[in-house]
Design a protein around this ligand. Structure first.
Ligand code: 5GP
Length: 186
């Protein structure tokens, strides 16, 4: 494993909905040295999403019990739903000297920055807001109201990108992946 000079396997990836985080991580995890953490969420599965693969889908009271039992390394509320990263798999991957990707929102990333200062934080930026709107509408997984909420959230998130170690513009997927591979030195 090589994760540039900071030498920690924990890599946080954030970016607004529709910026292409999933496609980027799908490519990166083809490398057997790279794992992606599976989060818990209280939001409903989208069509095609699988429990235990895309997320662990739980009820709010179950999520709250996990918080009380200190099962999360970070958690946050995003657009009315709770999302959290289970601590166990992260510790396991770091122990195995693997790279573990946490694809989480800005609030969660801030918590990880404080707890794990040697982690690496990458913000994926869409080329512009119009492209983001187009991608969100095109994927047909959210209704108009949800899309609008996510655009409002996106504008706020993009303002926070300055707190990240790296900002990668996802205009062309291949270029964005190459740039991240260079950052991680893989
Ligand atoms: P989505 O509902 O589109 O899958 O995710 C909404 C937002 O929640 C995205 O920005 C995603 O990266 C973020 N997210 C997913 N899992 C987690 C998590 O475990 N913790 C935090 N803080 N955010 C997460």
């Amino acid at each position: 494993m090589s994760v540039n000079k900071k030498r920690c396997g924990l890599v946080v990836i954030s970016g607004p909905s529709g910026c292409g985080k999933s496609s980027i991580c799908k490519e990166l995890t083809k490398n057997p040295q790279i794992k992606q953490s599976v989060s818990y969420t209280t939001r409903k599965p989208r069509e095609g999403e699988r429990d235990g693969v895309d997320y662990y889908f739980v009820k709010r009271n179950e999520f709250e019990a996990l918080i009380r039992n200190n099962k999360f390394i970070e958690y946050a509320e995003y657009c009315g739903h709770l999302y959290g990263t289970p601590i166990g798999p992260v510790e396991e991957a770091v122990g195995e000297k693997k790279i573990i990707l946490l694809v989480i929102d800005v609030q969660g990333a801030m918590q990880i920055m404080k707890k794990m200062p040697d982690s690496i934080h990458i913000f994926i930026m869409p080329p512009d807001v119009e492209t983001l709107k187009f991608r969100l509408k095109n994927r047909l997984t959210e209704d108009e109201d949800t899309i609008n909420k996510r655009i409002v959230a996106a504008r706020k998130e993009m303002e926070s990108s300055r707190h990240y170690d790296y900002c990668v513009i996802n205009d062309r997927l291949d270029d964005a992946i190459t740039e991240i591979e260079e950052i991680l030195q893989i």
